[in-house]
Design a protein around this ligand. Structure first.
Ligand code: NAD
Length: 459
């Protein structure tokens, strides 16, 4: 593990040179990254195809274009973000001046998962670099082709002390976590998030935890079922259901349940044909461990559509489960695969209570044409974010912060929120030597309450 120790030491030494404090340096690095992402587009798609059977169009939209959008926006806006922000100064400190400086934390560690292995490694790094940190990425070992490509792209093109990729499995990650960092940005499961938070507590290192959860998808009787079914099928079966913000389960008003079931079944045939194993537009499960975990959820389930599996090919067809209940195995944990249970509701207060009894999800979706119902759902439930009438859309906006709450995480990023996540807000007040208010100095008996009177006047 000595090479890892050396690498981390190099990062600190580089950070201490002050080079990253220069905005022009940061922009040059981000421009270089942008060019690399464009130059490597084909190789990125090939790696994602090998790791997850991702269709090229899906890879382009959700991994490459997503990162390019963050890069373009950050390069356009960061001159404004880095400027110290002038704020008011209390009269007591007249004629002082107050500013908030956005200071980089220092050496940042980014630990990323396998489901969007390119996007989720690079997107946080953009914010970390824009904010002036040195960065180490530890990608997931399970998306090994993408991890190797990331190592090649970054390590061959950036100063190793400034920006590098470290490969490793759990043992290496544990070792890395034992070292001192100034900020840790973790994307992954809630279970591992707890390990990360414990390890970072040893060094009092601040963390962002981007975790998962069961994202509810509510449909009421006013929803346009045609569009609803299409959008849900697209969001759920994108990347074969291995998306942190995928609709985890459907909660549909009982009066429209049968109609919804028919619509989504027909949409799935339109999307992937009658044999989704042959569809070039449908992905694969990452590995046998997850394949076995997911197929077990199908035992004794009421399969309304799909259900076909092929272990050799890590294939599970888009699957809809009818008559699901809160006691089913599939409703106990985040599914993270192409299985969509459907539950029904008929009382909106009970629906809200059921959701609020469970851990806070990363996302919540509501399909409805009823403004009062939508408002009630947004106000009376808690989740990382909400999209109304289209799942996933809130996470694709550079203007909205993306992150979880409670069990689904803490902190957020994207656009300016990434910059602020990786910056310490340092308060700076500048004063002159004169005037020098003597009333505040001891011995206090001399001032006979003068200071109190002044405070009362100016407050
Ligand atoms: P994971 O938690 O198993 O792994 C994530 C990272 O942690 C990997 O780099 C892995 O090497 C490392 N890791 C795993 N076990 C570890 C341990 N014991 N000690 C130290 N490091 C360890 O997650 P995953 O399976 O890669 O991804 C799936 C999970 O991630 C799902 O729960 C999903 O919802 C969540 N996720 C969240 C987001 C988000 O933005 N909030 C995005 C994608 C995925």
């Amino acid at each position: 593990m000595q090479h890892l120790k050396k690498q981390i030491k190099q990062q600190r030494e580089f950070y201490n040179t002050q080079k990253t404090k220069n905005t022009a340096f940061r922009k040059t690095q981000l421009k270089k990254l942008k060019k690399l992402v464009t130059d490597y587009e084909k190789e990125i798609q090939e790696a994602l195809q090998k790791d997850l059977g991702k269709p090229n169009f899906e890879s382009y939209l959700a991994e490459i274009e997503f990162v390019l959008q963050e890069l373009r926006y950050t390069l356009k806006k960061m001159d404004n973000w880095v400027k110290p922000q002038k704020v008011n100064t209390p009269v007591l400190h007249f004629p002082g001046k107050s500013h908030i400086y956005h200071e980089p934390f220092g050496c940042v560690l980014i630990i990323s998962p396998w489901n969007y292995p390119f996007h989720l490694a690079i997107a946080p790094a953009i914010g970390a670099i824009a904010a002036g940190n040195s960065v180490i990425i530890k990608p997931s070992e399970h998306a090994s082709e993408t991890a190797l490509l990331l190592e090649k792209m970054i390590n061959q093109n950036f100063e190793p002390g400034f920006f590098c990729v470290i490969l490793g499995e759990i043992e290496e990650t544990r070792f890395i976590l034992g070292q001192k960092f100034d900020y840790i940005f973790f994307t992954g499961s809630t279970q591992v998030g707890k390990i990360i938070m414990k390890a970072s507590a040893e060094h009092l290192t601040p963390v962002t935890l981007e975790l998962g959860g069961k994202s509810p998808t509510i449909i009421d009787s006013t929803a346009n079922l045609e569009v609803t079914a299409k959008r849900i099928a697209w969001a759920k079966f994108h990347n074969a259901g291995q998306t942190c913000v995928a609709p985890d389960y459907i909660y549909v008003e009982d009066s429209v349940k049968d109609a919804f079931m028919e619509k989504i079944k027909s949409v799935l045939v339109d999307f992937y044909g009658t044999n989704s194993l042959e569809s070039p537009d449908y992905g694969r499960i990452i590995n046998k461990r997850h394949f076995d975990r997911l197929t077990k959820l199908l035992d004794n389930a009421d399969i309304a559509f799909g259900g076909q599996t092929n272990r050799e090919k890590n294939f599970i067809a888009p699957t809809i489960l009818n008559n699901a209940s809160w006691d089913d195995a599939v409703m106990q944990e985040e599914i993270f695969g192409p299985i969509l249970p459907v539950l029904e509701w008929n009382d909106e207060n009970d629906l809200i209570q059921q959701i609020n009894r469970r851990p806070k999800p990363l996302a919540l979706y509501v399909f409805s044409d009823n403004k009062t119902f939508i408002k009630k759902i947004i106000q009376e439930t808690s989740s990382g974010g909400v999209s109304v009438n289209e799942p996933l859309s809130h996470i694709t906006s550079v203007h909205l912060p993306f992150g979880g709450v409670g069990d689904s995480g803490m902190g957020n990023y994207h656009g300016k929120y990434s910059f602020y996540t990786f910056s310490h807000a340092k308060s700076v007040m500048r004063k002159r030597f004169y005037p020098d208010l003597s009333a505040k100095y001891p011995p206090f008996s001399k001032i006979n309450g003068t200071m109190k009177k002044i405070l009362k006047i100016i407050s």
